[in-house]
Structures are given as structure tokens and as C-alpha cells.
Design a protein around this ligand. Structure first.
Ligand code: FDA
Length: 451
């Protein structure tokens, strides 16, 4: 078996691993990046489906994501704004559809007051706790041992307000039911985006897209790294010790290096064998992190028909199968594209149906927001990351109830020569491409500091 010798070996060619590799290479450190798939980009993947260019994975960039913006500049990539002109649509729990403008849903006065009050509370908590070390805050244990659903029930007895606020974090971000993660985890999600108000403002959080697609970020970094990126090379075994690592991957690859960056989500760490085994703390911690589940639905039409009706394409409803829908038309494209999301338990339910029946139900749900033309797309595609062997869910991994304050402080701590880097353990930009980039940079700095 031929052996490669490098200063640092990186496992995973997603945005985090490639950022780490790029920064290390720029500092004169030799690298090899081993990627399981036949492409780079990980959870970012811009593909052509039936003649339509689709963002199968991560795509949006928000104004606070400055690490990603700087990288886009460095790589010569431009952004464009999401189409948002026109009225949005809200469907209430009884199925009543209302067109509206502005940030807050057109709900009754009491529900509106309650939503504003709870959002203000969450903004305060988020500002106080911050994204870097939420586990270190005096309220960490209290907030981490109650589910977000339970915490919301303590704050307000207005069910519509609770469900709408739950929608932003549960269906909208962590893609787990609000009973399955803690209030502290919800605060981290908001803190990583700057504030809870940012998280609930779609014009902020879903602001820009990359012309040519988000996967270009990884493709351009990989192009610069050239022959040091190895595809179809799932890493199976990592031998590690004081002197460094020896890595074994498919394709008859053996790499010796001083240090290693494990740039895969924590849910996949246990797909690799470690010799000697990782410490007890890692074994335990990684069992408390899991992926959410969401179906990202793409529907392409000959024209963006909703715009002619004065609609922006944006729709929300905690009661609908498709809880959120947006205009996702590509840059300079005459056709119109919608993207919708079916999250967690609703995704379970429709995955139990035939593909035809699932499509029918999903399009019928989008039609309730934007009109009957929505049922007749020329291209229809469901991103199904739960079925992807090298991801196994979407969008990202988070701790179960109580896990964040119990284990969070150790998630970024290296084990010997092994460093951990991915968006799922980021502070700012947590669960986003920006967080993946920040973690890549942070890990590269830590490695350079050791040399
Ligand atoms: P990522 O998972 O991208 O990369 C890890 C790589 O490791 C993969 O290429 C994988 O194949 C590889 N790998 C795994 N095991 C391996 C092994 N044993 N050996 C070798 N390689 C291995 N973000 C955002 O900013 N805006 C958005 O709009 C969205 N929307 C969104 C939608 C959907 C449907 C998804 C799935 C995700 C998003 N995201 C997002 C999240 C964003 O895509 C995600 O946070 C980053 O891609 C994470 O980058 P990482 O490099 O950390 O992991």
C-alpha cells in the first residue's frame, strides 16, 4: 500500500475541511484532504436536475456571516438577493389564509403581543448567553434541562404564539420537534445568528445566495489544492498517538501526518475506527448529538407566476405540511423556482407515502399558499439528506435534551493530534456554512500554533 506523508491530513472535503486545508496550505503546511464522496462540498451541492440548476443543500448567506463573505471575496464569488418584493402569506391554525407585509405574522392582537413579548425575552437571553460558551452561563443547566416546547409553555398560554415561535427554531433551523431539544439549544441557535430577532426575520437570515451556487465555495478551494484532494476515499481507520497519525482510506490510501482535522459532522465520527479508541468522554458525547430531518422541496415553473399576483413567494404556517415556502429563482433565470421545507415528524409522515402521493401532498400544500398553479411544476425534486450515507440528516447536528451544558465545553477540544472541525460545533454561524468556515479557520490556527 503506497504511503503519503503530509504535515496535516484532513478528513472531509466540505467547506470546513477545505477552509482548514486552504489556510494551512497558505501557511506552507503540506496537506492531504480525504473525501468519502465523488465530489467536494459536503452538505453544499449545486446540481442540475432535469435542466434546472438546484441548490440541493446549503445556499443562503445572512449579513452577519462575515467569515463566509470574506471567503467569497477571496474566491471571486458574487452574491445576489433573494426575491422578496410583494406580499407574504400566512395560514393560521384553522386554515385561514392572509396576505401581509412586514415582519410579524398577521395574527390576532393577543397572539401578536405574546409573540413580541416572548421574542423580546429570547433576544435578552440570547444577548446575555452568546454563542461561544452557552454552557458556562449560570442559567445553562436550567435552560438545558427543559425542552424548548416546555419552556415556551411556561412563558405563554397562547398556543398560536408558541407554535409560531417554535416554527422558527424547530422546523426552521434545528429540524427537530420542539420537544426534542432544550431551550438552551434554541438560544445557541439564535445567538449564533446574532439575535433571536435575526433568526425570525427571513429578510435577514435568508438574505443572499451565491451566483453559480454555494458548492462553488468548496469547488474553488479544492481546485487550488489540486492533487492534494482525494475523492472516493472514505477514511476507515485512524491510528493515533504522540508522534502523529496514520490514516487508512478506501482506494488503498495510507497517509502519515503529524496532525489530523476530522472535518465531518459528529454523528459520523463513529463510522471510523480509532486505534487506540477515543476517550470515554468522546464516546459518550457523540451519542448525544443527532441530525435533524427536513425535506427541501424544489419546484420550478415556466414563470414565477406568484409575482404576477403580487406575492413575494414567501409563506409560513406552523399548521401546514410545508411550513415555509420562498421564491428561490436563480440569478438571471426567466423561470421561477420555489423552495419549501417539510420538517421532522411531518417529513416522517410523508416519507411513509409513495413518491407520487408525497409529491401530490407537498404541492397541494404549496398551492394553499400561492395558488393552484403551484401544483404543476416543470421540474420537481426533493432533497433527501437523511438517505445520504455520508450525511444522514439535515441541516445539521445538535445535542439532545441536557447534552449541550453537559458536553458542549468538550466538543471542540482536540484529542492528541486529532482536531474537530465542522459547522455542527461552531459558535457564530452554528449549523451554517459560515460556521463551517469559521471552524476551519480556527482549527488551522490551532494547528499552526502547535507547530
Ligand atoms: P459537511 O457535511 O458539509 O462536509 C463534511 C464532508 O465530510 C462531506 O463531504 C462528507 O462526505 C465527508 N465525510 C464524511 N465522513 C467521511 C469519512 N469517513 N471519510 C472521508 N470523508 C468523510 N447552511 C447555510 O449557511 N445556509 C443554508 O441555506 C443552508 N441550508 C441547508 C439546507 C440543507 C438541505 C442542508 C443539508 C444544509 C444546509 N445548510 C445551510 C447547512 C450547511 O450546508 C452545513 O452547515 C455545511 O455544509 C457544513 O459544512 P461542514 O464542512 O462542516 O460539513
Amino acid at each position: 500500500m503506497p504511503t503519503l506523508k503530509r504535515d496535516v491530513v484532513i478528513v472531509g472535503a466540505g467547506p470546513s475541511g477545505l477552509t482548514a486545508a486552504t489556510r494551512l496550505a497558505q501557511a506552507g503546511v503540506s496537506v492531504a484532504v480525504l473525501e468519502a464522496r465523488d465530489r467536494v462540498g459536503g452538505r453544499t451541492w449545486t446540481d442540475c436536475v432535469d435542466g434546472a440548476s438546484l441548490e440541493i443543500g446549503g445556499q443562503w448567506v445572512s449579513p452577519d456571516q462575515t467569515a463566509l463573505f470574506a471567503l467569497l471575496d477571496e474566491l471571486g464569488l458574487q452574491t445576489f438577493s433573494r426575491h422578496r418584493e410583494g406580499e407574504s402569506v400566512y395560514i393560521d391554525p384553522s386554515g385561514v389564509r392572509t396576505r401581509y407585509t412586514g415582519e410579524i405574522f398577521p395574527v390576532g392582537d393577543n397572539t401578536r403581543r405574546e409573540m413580541e413579548r416572548v421574542i423580546e425575552m429570547l433576544d435578552k437571553l440570547t444577548a446575555e448567553i452568546g454563542p461561544e460558551e452557552p454552557w458556562a452561563h449560570p442559567l445553562a443547566r436550567e435552560l438545558d434541562t427543559i425542552s424548548f416546547q416546555g419552556w415556551l409553555a411556561q412563558q405563554t398560554d397562547d398556543e398560536e404564539a408558541r407554535n409560531n415561535i417554535g416554527l422558527f427554531v424547530a422546523g426552521g433551523m434545528l429540524t427537530k420537534p420542539a420537544h426534542a431539544f432544550s431551550a438552551l439549544q434554541a438560544v445557541l441557535m439564535a445567538a449564533s445568528a446574532g439575535s433571536f430577532s435575526n433568526l425570525v426575520d427571513e429578510d435577514f437570515i435568508l438574505d443572499k445566495r451565491v451566483i453559480g451556487g454555494m458548492q462553488q465555495v468548496s469547488i474553488r478551494m479544492a481546485d487550488r489544492l489540486g492533487d492534494d484532494v482525494f475523492l472516493n476515499a472514505p477514511v476507515r481507520t485512524i491510528q493515533w498517538g504522540e508522534e502523529g497519525v496514520v490514516v487508512f482510506a478506501d482506494g488503498d490510501l495510507r497517509v502519515e501526518a503529524d496532525q489530523l482535522v476530522l472535518a465531518v459532522p459528529p454523528t459520523l465520527y463513529s463510522r471510523i475506527s480509532y486505534d487506540p479508541p477515543l476517550p470515554r468522554r468522546q464516546h459518550q458525547m457523540h451519542q448525544h448529538q443527532s441530525f435533524g430531518l427536513v425535506i427541501k422541496v424544489h419546484a420550478v415553473y415556466e414563470t414565477p407566476f406568484w409575482r404576477a399576483d403580487g406575492l413575494s413567494g414567501t409563506g409560513f404556517s406552523a399548521a401546514e405540511l410545508v411550513q415555509e415556502v420562498y421564491d428561490n429563482t436563480n440569478h438571471a433565470d426567466a423561470r421561477g423556482t420555489l423552495v419549501g421545507f417539510v420538517s421532522d415528524e411531518k417529513a416522517d409522515a410523508v416519507f411513509a407515502l409513495s413518491a407520487e402521493e408525497r409529491k401530490r401532498k407537498i404541492l397541494a400544500s404549496i398551492a394553499r399558499f400561492l395558488g393552484p398553479q403551484a401544483t404543476e411544476p416543470v421540474v420537481y425534486y426533493e432533497s433527501d439528506w437523511g438517505a445520504e450515507e455520508w450525511t444522514r440528516g439535515a441541516y445539521a447536528a445538535s445535542f439532545d435534551l441536557g447534552g449541550l451544558h453537559r458536553y458542549g465545553r468538550d466538543q471542540r477540544t482536540p484529542v492528541g493530534p486529532i482536531h474537530f472541525s465542522c459547522s455542527d460545533i461552531a459558535a457564530e454561524g452554528y449549523q451554517h456554512v459560515d460556521g463551517a468556515v469559521r471552524m476551519g479557520q480556527r482549527t488551522a490556527e490551532a494547528i499552526l500554533g502547535r507547530r
